[in-house]
Design a protein around this ligand. Sequence first.
Ligand code: HEM
Length: 711
Amino acid sequence: MAAAVVEKVINTTMGDAKQRQMEGYRLEENSKTPLTTYFGAKVENTDIALRAGSRGPTVLEDFHNREKISHFDHERIPERVVHARGAGAFGEFKLHTALTGITTAKILTDTSKITPAYVRFSTVNGSRGSADSVRDPRGFASRLYTEEGNWDIVGNNIPVFFIQDAIKFPDLVHAVKPEPHNEIPQAQTAHDNAWDFMSLHPQSTHMQQWVLSDRAIPRSFRHMQGFGVHTFRLLDADGKSTFVKFHWTPHLGTHSLVWDEALKLAGQDPDFHRRDLYDAIEAGSYPKWELGVQLVKEEDEHNFDFDLLDSTKIIPEDLVPVKNIGTLTLNRNPDDYFTEVEEVAFCTSHIVPGMDFSSDPLLAGRNFSYFDTQISRIGVNFPDIPVNKPVCPFATNLSDGHMQTQSKKNRTRYHPNRHDALPVTAPQHGGFRPYAEVVNGIKERMHGPKFNEFINQAQLFYNSMSETEQQHIISAAQFELSKCFETQVQQAAVERFNMINHEFAKAVAESLTSVTVPAPAKYHNQKSAFLSQVNGKSQTFTAEGRKVGVYVMEGFEYSQIAAISAAMQAVPMMVKYVGPGTGPVKSSSGETVTAEFTFENSRSTYFDAVLFVGSPASDQSYLKSAKNGRLIHAAREAFMHQKTVGATGNMVGWLATMCLPGDVQVSQDVQDQTGVVTAVNVGSGAQFAKTFIDGVAKHRVWERDVSHIAA
Ligand code: HEM
């Protein structure tokens, strides 16, 4: 059966306030809506331009032709200068743990409210049409439409950044984008300029580790953490400040693709992440995240060996735990990509009363840059675009500008005025008042002294990885540097790696013939218990929301899959049938399942796990049909990508002899051979289902040796 699409009803609650507002802008056009010009005249013919004679010249007076072409000519707006490629969804946020006494922000203190929300996920480097699965940080820009105004946490899925000061941002982006002479390579940092920049900026060493790690190739947007990165402030009623870092933690766990899979997906399904989010929401499998805070008292600001104002550093969770305070659920796809995703405009400066910024110099630049770029991207009145409008009342003295659509009756656009129009609000009644910070210093181009230490947390990250994750970092570094053609660049990168870990540097250098590794540096050997995706303390492992490709052919034995499929759907997981063609596939006993994918139009990379269903033992033709290169490749490839692979009935023998000889033995009963779950006789299916689902929940079988598999 194809996944049912869940109809989202719009209620009169605060949680749906944004959708009620959006409804006013959504057009229901159908066969009863006549086509008109932009000015309302009904159109009689939109296929042939007005001509002087059927073979004569086209005439200028055809206003419909001119309007149609001219509007088309101006359809494109500039894409975002970074984070151009993205996908968005609406949802809601519910606070469950109030930060009473720490902030006056209602969104963080009132647990009775449901607040409308919106998130846009993105890649950083690639253009709008680039692929989703590239190695890159992911944007995680979230907006809560609170009663006190829009609050944006414009974060990434990586908690630190390449640079410490926004003045470096144009340099960084010019370096990591495709090289300027030939605009190659797209959407990736595997080139000389990116690595040259990083080697000349030791401050990027920590972020570089995260980008080489599996974090930069997430399994999906649903499996990503989000981080506000900067330190912000929360303010109580007396204006007292507490430092805060914001975290989004996915209920489904933080999981990644493997590199070979990511490379293939970039071609097989460039929309892999966008599609995954869209499909999950349409199927009612709504992704959820916990909003967490790390709180540091004002008086503890200097108790760390790093500066809280330095965005290249995390506050290790081992030092300051993350306290989860609320849940974000994404439950509605946009109706129109352009107006609801392309035109959304986030800014770090969108905060609400009860919050403020820290003096992080990167944050200061961002507070300026977003608004500034949006003026050229979507015009000065972009807050009036529906997706950007607050749901609370708003009124400004801002006036005019391109595409102003509001006719304000108030005749005074200044303050104060004789009518007392648009009065200001005192902080005790909800007016925004910035933190009264004592500032004292010499005006100079300088950072605090702790900004000059770059290596400790890079070492901490590498040390905290499991062996598998370290191997992935090594392979990623080998890949990236092998795409750099200047030895000087490779040498500088390896020297930096040596400051993190000598064995790491040596392993990378082995793949680069002209590079030498310096003597070991000083290493602190400390680890954090929270950074690994394999064994990190805050990690979640669940089969929920995972996609399983179930391969069937005409004449499959329904009893081999019926109970297993029902058990998976109950988790709930997404069961996707793959057949020789799309549409119904009939079992030997007459039941049908609907194949959404075919052997030819899909790849194992589309799924978290694959399962091959057999036929009644007497049916030899079934096995003949299974001698299909695509099918065999799917099994071998899923095995190579360390996924759970299953087979039932006579497909167990097929798997053991045709696909994975030497790696899998035939067994009558349920067996788990390093994540290959087989049973010639599935019986009731209950034990098979449990073993298979438990395998999927583990995400990958890292202990499986796949070095001999080519797929
Ligand atoms: C902690 C570091 C940073 C993070 C986490 C971050 C995150 C993001 C995200 C998530 C977006 C996409 C917003 C969307 O979905 O529409 C974005 C866009 C953008 N970022 Fe950043 N960014 C960082 C640093 C910077 C800095 C330092 C600057 C400039 C000084 C900057 C300038 C921009 C610009 C110009 C856009 C495009 C905005 C638009 O056209 O709407 N970012 N950033």
